[in-house]
Design a protein around this ligand. Structure first.
Ligand SMILES: Cc1ncc(COP(=O)(O)O)c(C=O)c1O
Length: 400
């Protein structure tokens, strides 16, 4: 067996199942699930229609690089969304469709990291678990950068010692962050790009929550936008990951893309011809339609905005909770151990959340997920409001 498999940690939801194995919820209350970040708003009807209309495509093997129609739709979307110069994104060279970003984020590490030379992969803490597993399976060590309230959950790149940067071959950034909701500012991006220029590592920017934000006039800044402003017109060492899962409520379609540095994408495409699963032709047609429409994305944001407004109005008076810049998670701190809080909340209120420490690691004795919860506001409005009322009641009982 590959020895690195022993380094993989159980998935957070396995840990949650173990935590609750002997618990019984109060069944007089309907179950409310805020633990998993699975979008629950309806998938757009027009996308479903395009999918059905193109089922004949199932009789063909798709190619790894995807159809030109899809790559053009993605290029146009990227160029408009991130204010890139016309022609900056060549659909033949700078874009690669993938079957959801999860598997791409994972396999990407294996194609850019050379496991020799004590390589490290820098990543945020708390984090999306795939980054950590990707580093281990690429035969190197993760280096965690803690995200704390003291620094507005921004990674402090300047705190990383030069000896780590010298060994660094890949940095995962999650902006907007799962779970903190923080987005990298232009200044932060430039700070990272400056360090990358000196140390020659690749930046993998996971931007799958970039289209869920609260102020229509302030969309999160993406890495390609920052790189372009920084003067990297060829996006050297910069690669972004985007998904239709959250943006368009299509987690089951398994559709996303990787874009950026043409040199890296060329090699990554080659690697994917061995291991990657090309998108089925009907999926490609449906995806092209989804990337070409913004109306459903604006409507989606409006639904989240209404839920966050209502939930925060209920919770802010009774707990330490802030409004995220983007994404659909809340990341409050709680007065007791996060796992005990989660278990009692489930037993007493039939409301399921994820303990913060299940998606973070202890570094130098500090674990930034301890005494925090991750709560995904994916359920319908009424259910979110009811969940917030139950959580508020629970917190008030805890306090007496
Ligand atoms: C931070 C982050 N990145 C990537 C993904 C993967 O999304 P998908 O594979 O559906 O594109 C998720 C899914 O929850 C996520 O939270």
């Amino acid at each position: 067996m590959n020895k690195n498999l022993d380094r993989l940690q159980p998935y957070p939801f396995e840990k949650l199942a173990d935590l609750l194995a002997n618990s019984r919820p109060d069944e007089t209350k309907r179950p409310i699930k805020w633990s998993i970040g699975e979008p629950a708003h309806p998938a757009p009807e027009f996308v479903k229609r395009v999918l059905i209309e193109n089922l004949d495509g199932l009789s063909k093997y798709p190619v790894t690089i995807g159809s030109i129609e899809l790559r053009e739709a993605i290029s146009t979307w990227l160029t408009t969304r991130f204010a890139l110069p016309a022609g900056a994104i060549d659909p033949d060279k700078n874009v690669l469709p993938v079957s959801g970003t999860r598997e791409a984020l994972f396999s990407f590490a294996q194609s850019v990291v050379n496991g020799a030379d004590e390589a490290v992969v820098v990543m945020p803490n708390p984090f999306y678990q795939i980054y950590e597993g990707a580093a281990y399976m690429a035969d190197c060590d993760p280096y965690f950068v803690n995200l704390n309230a003291d620094n507005q959950f921004q990674p402090d790149f300047k705190s990383i010692p030069p000896s780590v940067w010298m060994r660094c071959q890949l940095v995962y950034v999650c902006s907007p962050s799962n779970p903190t909701g923080a987005c990298l500012s232009m200044e932060k991006w430039h700070e990272l790009l400056t360090i990358a220029g000196k140390n020659d590592f690749v930046i993998a920017s996971d931007e799958c929550y970039s289209e869920i934000y609260f102020n229509e006039g302030e969309p999160p800044i993406g890495l390609l936008e920052a790189a372009n402003e920084f003067g990297l017109s060829d996006f050297k060492n910069c690669v972004v990951f985007h998904s239709l899962s959250k943006r368009s409520n299509l987690p089951g379609l398994r559709s996303g893309f990787v874009a950026g540095d043409a040199r890296i994408l060329d090699k990554y495409r080659l690697y994917r011809t061995y291991h990657g699963c090309a998108l089925p032709p009907p999926t490609q047609k449906a995806s092209a339609a989804a990337w070409q429409d913004e109306e459903h994305v604006r409507e989606n944001r409006a639904i989240y905005r209404r839920k966050f407004d209502a939930v925060l109005e209920i919770l802010q008076p009774c707990m330490d909770i802030y409004r995220p810049q983007a994404g659909f998670y809340l990341w409050p701190s709680v007065p007791i151990d996060d796992a005990s809080f989660t278990r009692r909340l489930y037993e007493e209120e039939n409301l399921l959340v994820l303990p913060g420490s299940y998606i973070s690691r202890t570094v130098d004795g500090v674990n930034p997920g301890v005494k925090r919860l991750r709560m995904a506001l994916v359920a319908p409005y009424e259910e979110c409001v009811e969940g917030a009322e139950r959580l508020a009641a629970f917190v008030k009982r805890l306090a007496v």
